[in-house]
Structures are given as C-alpha cells and as structure tokens.
Design a protein around this ligand. Structure first.
Ligand code: I6G
Length: 667
C-alpha cells in the first residue's frame, strides 16, 4: 500500500529531524520544511485514519479531554534527594560515602538540578507507552497524553540497541522565555498567570485536556533510568546518560564527572556563575556516585539514596523599590507591615509584596517608602525586606508610621511596651481578625478541612453564611453550591470534609483555637503534659509553666484565652456540633527517644518538617517550638534562622539532614 509506505517514510524522517534538532542540536532542514512534511503526513492520515499509530508525530497535538488521571504504581520508587546547603555539608556527604565504601577517593557525576516537575517515561520495544508524575514517590498519575505533546520527548526510540523495557526519569520544565511569553499573553487575555516556571510546568502537565498542554512551551531533560530490562545498561551513571542520548533522549547538559568533594564544589561554583545566563531555572546541583556498582553498595536510607545529594543554591536577593507600606491584620490582631514593591523577579517568582515583620523591625532597619531595598526569597517562604540601601535614598523618602486605628475595623491600635507587635483592639468585631481566625481554624495543621481555602472562607463571609467559627458546622450544601465557581459536586465534597474534620485530636483542636503564642509544638506539649482539655483550661500559671515549651507570656495568653466567657462558649458550641477526640494518648511502637526534647527548624530535603516532627514524636521525643538549655537536640534544615543560632550559642547538639537520617536509622 503506497500510503502506508509514505507514512512510514515521513514518520521516520520527522523522528530523525526531531532527534537532530533537540538532542544533537544540529538540524539539517528548516522549520518550514519540517512543517511541510508534517502537513503531508496529516493529510494522508486523515484520508486513512486506520493508519494512524500512537507514535505518529501528528499525535502530539493532544487527545480528547479525560475526566481524570488514573494511578500509576512506580515499580521502582521515585525517590527524593537529600539536600546540602554549603560546602561543609558536601564534604560531609563525601566523607560518609568514602567511609561506607571504605575507599580514599570517589568519582562523582555532577549535573544541574532543573527546577521543574519530575516525570517518568516508560518505553516498550522502543515505543513510548506511558508517562507518569512522581506523585508521592510510590504512586503517580498517568499523564501519557500530556507528555506526548512535548516535542523533545521521543515517541519512538533511535537505534536498535535499546532495552525492550526502558523507564527513563527526568525533569519537565518551562524555559524562562516561554514562561514570560506565556504569562504576558495570559495576562493580556485576562487569564491566570503562573507565579514561576515550576508552577507553570506543573500546571501545564496536570491538564486534563492535553490540547492545552500541547500549547504550553514545555521541555524535558532526562537524568536517570529506573525499571529497565537487565543486561542493557552500562556500568556508570555518566555512561548511561550517553546511552540515553544515543536512543533519542535529551539529557541534562553542563554535566561533569569529577573527583572528590573539591571537584564537586568547583563544578557547583562554575554552574553558579552560569546560572543567570541559562535559559531555564536551576535550583542547585545534583551529585551522584558515578559507579552503579558503588551506588548499589551504598543503597538507600528512608526515601533517599545514600549515593546522591542535591547541593542547593542559596536564597536569592534582588534590589527593588518600596512603593508603599500597608498594614495587614492577623488572627490575633497583630498588625504586620507589608511593603508593596515595584515587581521584581527573585528566587523564581515575581515578588510585589514582602513582609517587614513588625513595626519595630521596620524602624530598626529604617525602611522608608520610596527606598531602594534588598528583597530576599528562600524556598517557599514569604519574601522579606532584608535592608534599605541608604546610599540610594531619595529626598522625601517617607518613614513608616504605625496607624492609630485598625485599617480594617477602625478600632484603636495598641502596643504594649514589652511587645514588638502592635495589635488591633477590635478582637470580637474586627472582620479581618475573624476571617484570619476562621482560615487558621480550617487549615491543614488545625481542623484540616480540605477544600476550604482562604478564597472560599472569604466568599462564605461575604455571603453572610459564616460570621464566626461554629457557623462552619451548620453550613448547608445548597448554600455552598449557590456560590460563584462552586458546583454541586464541590459543595458536597466540602460538606463531607467539614464532617470528616469533626473527628480530630486534642492537639489539633487546641492549635485550631488560635490562642496567641500557642503553635502546634506548644499545643502538642500541653496535651502531652495535661492529657485533657479540661485540665488545660483549669491549669494555673505555675502549672502551665511546668510544660517545657511554656514560659510566662504563653501561660498568660492561655489563661487570658480561657478566662474569656466567649471562648468557653466557643469550645462548648464546637463540641456540641460533634467535634471529638480521644483523651487517651496514642500508643505506638518502641520509643527510644522518650524523654528527649528536640526542635526542628529550617527546610529539609527528604521529608517535610511535619513528617520529621511526627517521626520524632512517634519515637517518643518531645518536639517543642523553641530552643532552651533543656533541649537535647535541634534538627536543622535550610534557612534555619534564630533557633539554629540559639542552639549553637547554648551548645545544644545539632543534627543536619544527614545526621538526622543516621539518627533515625540507629534508633
Ligand atoms: O539527577 C536528578 C535530578 C533531579 C535526580 C533527582 C532529581 O529530583 C528532582 N532525583 C533523584 C532521586 C535522582 N536524581 C536519583
């Protein structure tokens, strides 16, 4: 059949041109010639639809929208990487590797860490049959239709020496140029813009309509193999990447194979210098023991390989101008000055607001309206104004003044001499405080009402359905379904999430009440000490101060809270709506850390801070929120701040991420 022959010819040609263009970066035909071939293929296929195959380049335009993603179980888990934040941690990593392997020197593969979304691609007999997200590492989502739209992902492999089954992993990302262009267009059309290229890649990949994904400028770099027919792959990571390249994959560029910690650090410094000029975002450098045999000897700990680490770039800082300073009112009435900035791209997002923390700090830093300031953004934390550049101050730059009245409710603003924070005194009637209290109450670490984000809370308040916290529990499906952008299904989901939240723990309930200075760690300590809500409500200041996390200020806040009749009413009303918990402490497995007091601070790579706290608490440790002489150890991640400094000053034992892993392994 003539058509079939021509189809195969064009498919092969287009496949080869794609490979030359994206992988070898040396195209031999123009874009116009490529498009002409593609159009010819489309024409033959539309006249003979029975000849369309899944690997045809015409299939990259996207398929019909699906109703949801199905689950994919990863046969080889998609792991996380440990993080290193400075040279010392890199040297410690190299030392651990050498000691475990009992060798003097180790050869490493070092490569930039793309700031995108990890994806797994599965090929059978050279054909792409599945694309999946990482998900929780064990189970991801099937995004086959979406990955197929990414031109540089081969639908069919090159050569003839590829394994029959080949799973490849890598990072899908949105290049900076595409990101800015996409956002410009989206904002022109009045659509939602993405905060950074990573969110843009993630949002684009998780589209149920792959025709939308097809329009997004996504790219991919591959960085490893996973589930592969044995006997096909070479013996080192760097050689395997070359193999992937020969089969048609685009593999991470600017790689190096180096010796020892110093080799890694040198490569990191080179990449740090190149970083501003790269056409995509990288957030660090990944180091891997190059020999696969040695990787296998080293194995894994928790969910991370012992043979790899991500050396993260430090927080980024940029200069911009303070256009205004406004005050936000929090749930305890605290007034936080927020600098409205001339938008600036820093740490991967466009920042137009940054916190000044409190009025005393604003004055201490002498930040004025009109000033040029340094803005810092580290990880996912709220951007902050670091300092003003006094040399750049313009005449007339206006000092920031604390308002006398709450900008939301007009009540008097009060500030105790002993406190750095100023507060709105309209506790019971200030809409800003009520809104923030409700948002806090429903949040994940509190009552964990899934789907009740800030926007929904605001809408419910505007509609008058919620005036105070207990109203959440008398919401009706019809009320919610009638709100803007809410259908009957979302309303039913929200009602069931509200119902589900009624079964909680005392720690979560206590935290949800929003008592000033009672964070999750203090709530946990209080419950572990007093066991029941009644005992906490009845405790005297002295009794409260027996709890390790509670000093006089916290004790006074707790007593102050429970002496207010309206707070008693609140607790009673909530309990009458069916909120319940078990007063019996949860029993668990062995508790080798029983009696140990610890603090977890900063951002960790392999587990979230909450997971670390839970693991430590399950092992019997008392996880508290502040460092004191009584603290046995502090776990320190990225950007740890004052808790770390205090621990160093008091000589408290400090575990970095690797130390924590060893500790969890040992106990
Ligand atoms: O080389 C890599 C780059 C990025 C990785 C990696 C990664 O995660 C975002 N993750 C793992 C688990 C490995 N290599 C082995």
């Amino acid at each position: 059949m003539e058509e079939l022959k021509r189809i195969e010819e064009i498919k092969k040609a287009l496949n080869d041109h794609n490979y030359r263009y994206y992988v070898l970066e040396s195209p031999v035909i123009s874009d116009a010639e490529y498009d002409k071939l593609l159009r010819e293929l489309q024409a033959i296929e539309s006249a003979n639809p029975e000849l369309i195959t899944p690997d045809s380049p015409t299939q990259r335009v996207g398929a019909n929208p699906s109703s949801g993603f199905s689950e994919v179980k990863h046969t080889v888990p998609m792991l996380s990487l440990q993080n290193a934040f400075d040279d010392q941690e890199v040297r410690a990593f190299d030392k651990r590797v050498r000691e475990r392997l009992d060798v003097d020197k180790v050869i490493y593969a070092s490569e930039p860490k793309l700031d995108g979304v990890s994806v797994s691609l599965l090929y059978e007999n050279g054909f792409l049959i599945r694309g999946a997200t990482r998900g929780d590492g064990a189970t991801g989502e099937d995004i086959t239709q979406n990955v197929k739209t990414i031109s540089m992902i081969p639908l069919k492999l090159q050569g003839n020496d590829f394994p029959p089954r080949l799973e490849v992993r890598g990072e899908v990302y949105m290049p900076l140029k595409g990101f800015f262009e996409y956002n410009k267009e989206a904002s022109r059309r009045g659509e939602k813009v993405f905060v950074n290229p990573r969110n843009a890649a993630s949002g684009s990949l998780r589209q149920l309509d792959s025709k939308i994904t097809a329009k997004r400028p996504l790219e991919m770099f591959c960085y490893s193999t996973a589930d592969v027919t044995p006997g096909y792959l070479k013996g080192s990571h760097s050689e395997r990447l070359e193999q992937l390249k020969s089969w048609g994959f685009r593999v991470v560029e600017h790689r190096a194979v180096v010796e020892g910690a110093q080799g890694l650090i040198n490569h990191y410094n080179q990449l740090a210098e190149m970083r501003p000029d790269l056409p995509y975002e990288i957030d660090g450098v990944v180091y891997k023991v190059d020999s696969i045999e040695l990787q296998e000897k080293l194995g894994f700990v928790s969910r991370a390989p012992r043979w790899a680490i991500a050396h993260k770039f430090p927080a980024q800082e940029e200069l911009t101008i303070v256009e205004d300073v406004e005050f936000q009112v929090g749930r305890t009435g605290a007034l936080t000055p927020v600098a409205r900035l001339k938008p600036v791209f820093v740490g991967g997002v466009t920042v137009s607001n940054a916190t000044l923390h409190n009025i005393e700090e604003t004055h201490r830093k002498d930040v004025r309206i009109g000033d040029t300031v340094i803005v810092r953004r580290a990880g996912d934390v709220i951007p902050e104004v670091v300092s003003s550049i006094i040399e750049k101050r313009i005449p007339g730059a206006k000092p920031v003044e604390l308002p006398k009245e709450c900008p939301v409710c007009g009540a008097a603003v009060v500030k105790a001499e002993s406190e750095v924070v100023a507060r709105c005194s309209g506790t019971l009637f200030c809409p800003a405080q009520i809104k923030e209290k409700i948002k806090h109450f429903v949040s994940r670490k509190a009552m964990d009402i899934d789907g009740m984000g800030g926007k929904i809370v605001e809408q419910l308040m505007v509609e008058g359905y919620i005036k105070e916290i207990p109203d959440i529990y008398s919401l009706e499906k019809l009320q919610i379904a009638g709100m803007e952008r809410m259908g009957s299904k979302s309303a039913a989901n929200l009602i069931s999430a509200i119902e589900k939240s009624k079964k909680t723990t005392l720690e979560k309930f206590l935290y949800a009440l929003g008592i000033p200075e009672v964070g999750e760690a203090t709530a946990r300590s209080l419950v572990s000490h007093f066991k029941t809500l009644q005992s906490i409500m009845d405790a005297s200041e002295d009794k409260l101060m027996e709890v390790s996390d509670v000093g006089p200020i916290v004790a006074r806040h707790i007593i102050g809270f429970f002496t207010q009749p309206h707070n008693h009413d609140l607790v009673e009303k909530l309990i009458s709506f069916g909120i319940s918990w078990s007063d019996k402490p949860e029993t668990s497995g062995p508790q080798p850390l029983l009696g140990k007091k610890c603090v977890v601070t900063g951002t960790l790579g392999i587990m979230s801070r909450d997971e670390v706290k839970k693991r430590l608490a399950d092992l019997g440790a008392q996880v508290t929120g502040s460092v004191s002489k009584k603290t046995d150890f502090v776990v320190v991640g990225d950007s740890p701040g004052s808790k770390y400094e205090k621990a160093v000053k008091l000589g408290v034992k400090i575990y970095d991420e690797a130390g924590l892993i060893e500790l969890l392994e040992k106990v």
